[in-house]
Design a protein. Structure first.
Length: 431
C-alpha cells in the first residue's frame, strides 16, 4: 500500500486517484476548485464517466480515497505525488504550463521528507527539467526528491478500463529508486512497462497522440477522395484495417477529432518542434485536414438544404465523442457557431453534455431527446456517434422532420437502408 497524492482532480486525476485507491492504496486527490472538492466530498461526481461514480463512492467508504483543496496536506501525507493539472493551449498553440509551475512551487514549499514527483499531465519535452529546477529552487528543507514522467493514455468514455488494463505503462525516470517505486506501484497491472529517460517519456505521449490524430486525418483525406469518385470509405477502411501493420482502429471517417487531447497536444507538439528549430510540416497538415473536415460537413449541409438562412437544423451530439460529457474543443461547437452565423436556428440534444453546452452556447434550443430535435427541423445533423442515435426510431424521426433529410457526420447508418426508409441521407465518404 502506497500513500499517493494526485494534484488536479479532473478527468485524469479523478480516474487515476480512484483506480489507485481501488488497488488498495491510500489516495488524496487535491484540486484548487473548492466547489469541485466539496461536491466530491459529499459523494457527487462532477464529470460523467461510466462506472466512475460507484468506484469513487466505494473507495471513500473504505477510507482509501480522500479529497482536499490543500496541497500542503497532500504533500505531507503522500510519498508519491502525481501532477495531473490541465495543460491547455495558449494563444500560440503552446502548452500553458502555469498550473504545473504553481503546483511544483507549492509541492517544494511543503516537502519535509523524500517525495517522488510524477508528471501525469501531458507536458512538452523538458518540462521534467523545469519541475526539477522549481523543486530545487523553492524547497525549504534539505530533502531529497526524484521526478518522473508517467504519461496517461486513458480515453474518456472508457477511462477506468483503459487505466486498469493499459496497453503499456510508460515510466520516464532518472534514478533506479524512482523506477523501483513506480514499478512497485504498477505491479498489479498486467501490462508491459516501458522504462525510459524523462524526455523520451514526454515525447512518447505527444508522438502517440499525434500519430492517432494522423490516422484520423488520413482516413478523412481518403474519405474526401471516396466522395469525389464514388467509392465507399467504410469498405476502404475495412480493407486497409485488416492489414496488421495498419490496424482497424482510428479509421472511422467523419468530421474529425476534438476534445482536450488531440487538438491541443498536436498544436503543442508543432510548437515544441518549432522551438527546437524544426518546422514539422507533417504535423501541421494533420491539424489542417482536421479543421477542413468541419467545413466539408457544413458544405454537405449547404448543398443539401440550399439556402441556410432561417432554416432550422437539429444537431445530434455535442460532446466531442460518445460516453462523455466533455465538450472541450468539440467539433459541434464550431459547427453550431458557423451555422448560426449563416442565419440557421439550432435545436440540439446530447445524452450527457447538455448542461456543459448551455454554459458556452448561446441561442440554441436544447431538447430532451432526438425526437424533440427532429420536430419541425429542416434536417438532422449527426455530430457525435452516441449509441442512442443508432437506435432511434427512424420512422418517427422521418414523420417529425419538415423534410426527411439526415446529414451524418459520423457514418452511423447504412446509406441503402436510409434510402429505403425514404430519407435523403448524406454521409462522409460514402453514398
Ligand atoms: P481537467 O481540466 O479535467 O482537470 C484538471 C484539474 O486541475 C481541474 O480540476 C483544475 O481545477 C485542476 N487545477 C488546475 N490548476 C490547479 C492548481 N494550481 N492546483 C490544483 N488543481 C489545479 O483536465 P484533464 O482532462 O484531467 O487533463 C489533465 C491533464 O491530463 C492534461 O495535461 C491532459 O492533456 C492530460 N490527459 C488528459 C486525458 C483526457 O482524456 N482528458 C487523457 C490523457 C492525458
Amino acid at each position: 500500500m502506497e500513500k499517493i497524492a494526485i494534484i488536479g482532480t479532473g478527468y485524469v486525476g479523478l480516474v487515476t486517484g480512484t483506480c489507485f485507491a481501488e488497488l488498495g492504496n491510500k489516495v488524496i486527490c487535491v484540486d484548487s476548485d473548492i466547489e469541485k472538492i466539496n461536491s466530491l466530498i459529499s459523494g457527487e461526481i462532477p464529470i460523467y464517466e461510466p462506472g466512475l461514480s460507484a468506484l469513487v463512492k466505494k473507495n471513500i467508504k473504505r477510507k482509501r480515497l480522500f479529497f482536499s483543496s490543500e496541497i500542503k496536506k497532500a504533500v505531507r501525507f503522500a510519498s508519491i505525488i502525481f501532477i495531473a493539472v490541465g495543460t491547455p493551449s495558449d494563444k500560440k498553440g503552446a502548452a500553458d504550463l502555469s498550473a504545473v509551475e504553481s503546483v511544483s512551487t507549492e509541492i517544494a514549499r511543503y516537502m519535509k521528507s523524500y517525495k517522488l514527483v510524477v508528471e501525469k499531465s501531458t507536458v512538452p519535452v523538458e518540462t521534467g527539467r523545469w519541475v526539477e529546477d522549481t523543486l530545487h529552487t523553492f524547497k525549504k528543507k534539505k530533502v531529497k526528491f526524484d521526478i518522473a514522467s508517467n504519461p496517461e493514455f486513458l480515453r474518456e468514455g472508457c477511462a477506468i478500463k483503459d487505466f486498469m488494463q493499459p496497453n503499456r505503462i510508460v515510466i520516464g525516470v532518472q534514478t533506479k529508486k524512482a523506477e523501483n517505486i513506480l514499478r512497485k506501484l504498477y505491479k498489479p497491472f498486467k501490462a508491459p512497462i516501458v522504462v525510459t529517460d524523462i524526455k523520451s517519456a514526454e515525447i512518447i505521449k505527444h508522438a502517440s497522440n499525434s500519430f492517432l490524430s494522423m490516422k484520423i486525418s488520413f482516413i478523412n483525406t481518403i474519405s474526401k477522395i471516396c466522395d469525389l469518385c464514388g467509392a465507399d470509405i467504410k469498405q476502404v477502411a475495412e480493407g486497409m484495417g485488416l492489414d496488421k501493420r495498419i490496424g482497424k482502429e482510428f479509421l472511422n471517417a467523419g468530421i474529425g477529432y476534438g476534445g482536450f487531447c488531440f487538438p491541443k497536444d498536436l498544436a503543442a507538439f508543432i510548437h515544441i518542434a518549432e522551438s527546437l528549430g524544426y518546422s514539422a510540416e507533417m504535423l501541421k497538415v494533420i491539424a489542417k485536414v482536421n479543421q477542413d473536415q468541419k467545413k466539408i460537413f457544413i458544405d454537405k449541409i449547404k448543398s443539401t438544404l440550399w439556402n441556410l438562412n432561417n432554416k432550422t437544423i437539429g444537431i445530434l451530439g455535442i460532446a466531442f465523442k460518445p460516453n462523455t460529457d466533455d465538450i472541450r474543443m468539440a467539433p459541434s461547437l464550431d459547427i453550431i457557431k458557423i451555422l448560426q452565423k449563416e442565419g440557421v436556428k439550432i435545436k440540439a440534444y446530447d445524452p450527457k453534455a447538455t448542461d456543459k453546452a448551455k454554459k458556452v452556447l448561446n441561442g440554441v434550443e436544447f431538447c430532451k431527446d432526438p425526437y424533440e430535435v427532429a420536430n419541425g427541423s429542416d434536417c438532422l445533423a449527426i455530430v457525435t456517434e452516441w449509441d442512442e442515435f443508432k437506435k432511434m426510431n427512424l420512422k418517427k424521426i422521418k414523420r417529425l422532420l419538415k423534410q426527411p433529410i439526415i446529414i451524418d457526420g459520423r457514418n452511423i447508418f447504412e446509406p441503402d437502408v436510409m434510402v429505403k426508409l425514404g430519407f435523403r441521407y448524406v454521409c462522409m465518404g460514402r453514398r
